[in-house]
Design a protein around this ligand. Structure first.
Ligand code: FAD
Length: 422
C-alpha cells in the first residue's frame, strides 16, 4: 500500500517503528524545514517520559508497551544522563496526601531533558531514513486533503491508498478543515483545563522533589471542579508559549542549567455541557483577555496573597521570577479568570499547604494563563482510508502515549485491520 504519514512527531515515530521494512511504501510529510529545525515536533518539548495508566491519554496503553518506548527513547540518547524515579513510591507519602483529600497519581518517570531531546530525534530520524520503504519530505505542509473512492488526495496533487494524520496540536488547522468536511469523525469535544503556573523557592518543596521528581495529584475542590498539578519542574524555568493569536505560560527544566525555584501548573478541569461545544474557543477567549491586560505576547504575574485578595501586584518580595522580565506584567489575574476557577485554585493551594507547609506563602508567584486544550476525540472507524494518531486524535497527551498509539495503529494495519477502535 502507498501510505502518507502527515507529521513527524512522537506518534509517527511509533507508527514508523512498526511499519519500517514492511511491504508498505511510506511517505512522511513534515512541515518543518528539516530535522534540525527548531520547530519540529512537540517531542522536543520537555523530555519527561512517563509510564502510567492514569495519565497521558484517554485510552488504555499496556504499561509494558509504554516502558518499551521509554527504553527506546533512552537508547537513542547515546548513553547520556537520564533522571529516573517513581511518583508516590513511598507509602508514607501517598498516605500524607491521601489524608488531606488528594488523589495521588502514581507513575514511573524518566527525564531526558530539553537539551538532549534534539539529539534523540536526529538519531531516530537517521535510523528511519536508512529504511528502504520510508521517504521523508520536509518543508511540506499538508493543507488540504480529500477522501476519494480509491484513497486520499493530498494538497490536490498526489493520491495515497491511506493517509495517517499525526500532526499533533500544531496541526489543528488541517484537523479543523478535515472535521468540517467530515463532521462524523468527531466523537466528542467538551473539555478544557484552565489555570495557572505556580512558582516557589526550591527549599519549600525540597523534600517533595527529593521524594519524587514529578509529583502529580488531583483534588476535588469545594467548587466541584477537579484540580490537578501538572508538569513539575524542580530548579526549572517559567516560559511563555505562543499560540499565534494568544500567549500562555508554561514551564520546563533543563538538564544542565538550574534555577533556585520550582514551578508547576495548577489546572481546573472544565467539562462544558450541551448545547455548548467549543471548549477551545472558551479557553482561547480567557487567554486573550489575560493578554489584553498584560499586553501583547505577555502573561500576568501576581503574588499568591494578591491573587487571593484580588489586588493588583505592584512589587515582589522574596521570590524572584524565572520568566524573563519582558514577558510578564505585574497585575491581577482575577480580572481575566472566572470566579469558580480562581476559587478552585485557591482551595487547592490552601489544602496543599496542609501537606507541604510554605506552599501558600504570600509571596509565592502565580502566572496566568496556563491552558491545556483537549483535541476533539476523533473516530478511527468512520473512514477506512483516513486515520488519526497521537495528540491530534484526542486520544493522547504525552510523548509515550502518542508513540504507543502510533505503534498500535501500525500493528493493526500489518494485521489487515483497518477498522480498529483506538
Ligand atoms: C511545551 C510542551 C511541553 C511538553 N512536555 C512534555 C513532556 O515533558 N512529556 C510528555 O510526555 N509530553 C510533553 N508534551 C506533550 C507532547 O509533546 C505531545 O503529547 C507529543 O509530542 C504528541 O505527539 P504527536 O506525534 O501527536 O505530535 P507532535 O510530536 O507535536 O508532532 C506533530 C508533527 O506534525 C507536524 N505537522 C503539524 N501540522 C502539519 C501539517 N499540516 N503538515 C505537515 N506536518 C505537520 C509538526 O511540525 C510536528 O512535527 C509537551 C507539550 C508541549 C507543547
Amino acid at each position: 500500500m502507498k501510505i502518507a504519514v502527515i507529521g513527524f512527531g512522537a506518534a509517527a515515530i511509533g507508527l514508523l517503528e512498526r511499519l519500517k521494512d514492511s511491504d508498505h511504501q511510506i511517505h512522511v510529510f513534515e512541515k518543518s524545514k528539516d530535522i534540525f529545525s527548531s520547530s519540529i515536533s512537540g517531542i522536543r518539548a520537555d523530555g519527561k517520559l512517563f509510564v502510567s495508566t492514569e495519565m497521558g491519554g484517554d485510552i488504555y496503553i499496556d504499561p509494558l508497551l509504554q516502558r518499551r518506548f521509554v527504553d527506546y527513547y533512552i537508547n537513542f540518547t547515546d548513553g547520556k544522563q537520564v533522571e529516573k524515579g517513581r511518583s508516590f513510591a513511598s507509602e508514607a507519602y501517598y498516605r500524607k496526601f491521601y489524608e488531606k483529600g488528594f488523589l495521588p497519581v502514581s507513575s514511573d518517570f524518566f527525564h531526558i531533558g530539553t537539551d538532549q531531546l534534539k539529539e534523540v530525534l536526529c538519531n531516530i530520524y537517521d535510523q528511519f531514513s536508512r529504511s528502504k520503504n520510508i521517504t521523508f519530505h520536509f518543508s511540506l505542509e499538508v493543507t488540504d486533503l480529500g477522501v476519494t473512492s480509491k484513497g486520499v488526495l493530498l494538497n490536490n496533487s498526489e493520491e495515497f491508498d491511506l493517509a495517517i494524520l499525526a500532526v499533533g496540536r500544531s496541526g489543528h488547522k488541517l484537523i479543523n478543515k478535515t472535521i468540517s468536511l467530515y463532521p462524523e469523525l468527531v466523537k466528542n469535544n467538551t473539555k478544557v483545563d484552565l489555570g495557572i503556573r505556580y512558582e516557589l523557592p526550591n527549599h519549600i518543596v525540597d523534600e517533595l522533589n527529593r521524594e519524587m521528581y514529578e509529583f502529580k495529584v488531583k483534588f476535588k475542590s469545594r467548587t466541584g471542579y477537579m484540580v490537578r498539578t501538572f508538569c513539575n519542574n524542580p530548579s526549572g524555568y517559567v516560559v511563555t508559549e505562543n499560540y499565534g493569536d494568544f500567549t500562555t505560560v508554561n514551564g520546563h527544566a533543563k538538564m544542565r542549567e538550574k534555577s533556585s525555584n520550582t514551578n508547576f501548573a495548577i489546572l481546573a478541569s472544565l467539562v462544558l455541557t450541551e448545547p455548548f461545544n467549543d471548549p477551545i474557543g472558551y479557553g482561547s477567549y480567557i487567554a486573550k483577555l489575560s493578554n489584553l491586560l498584560a499586553g501583547e505576547g505577555k502573561v500576568i504575574l501576581q503574588t499568591y496573597s494578591h491573587f487571593k485578595e484580588s489586588k493588583r501586584t505592584k512589587n515582589l518580595y522574596r521570590v524572584h521570577p524565572t520568566l524573563e522580565p519582558e514577558k510578564f506584567i505585574l497585575g491581577d489575574i482575577n480580572l481575566a479568570f472566572p470566579r469558580r476557577i480562581i476559587e478552585s485554585i485557591i482551595d487547592f493551594i490552601e489544602n496543599l499547604n496542609a501537606v507541604v507547609p510554605g506552599v501558600a506563602n504570600n509571596d509565592n508567584l502565580v502566572y496566568a494563563p496556563e491552558i491545556k486544550f483537549y483535541s476533539n476525540r476523533l473516530n478511527n472507524q468512520v473512514l477506512q482510508q483516513l486515520k488519526f494518531i497521537g495528540d491530534c486524535s484526542g486520544a493522547t497527551r504525552s510523548i509515550i502515549y502518542a508513540t504507543a498509539h502510533g505503534y498500535m495503529l501500525g500493528e493493526a494495519l500489518l494485521g489487515g485491520n483497518f477498522n480498529i477502535d483506538i
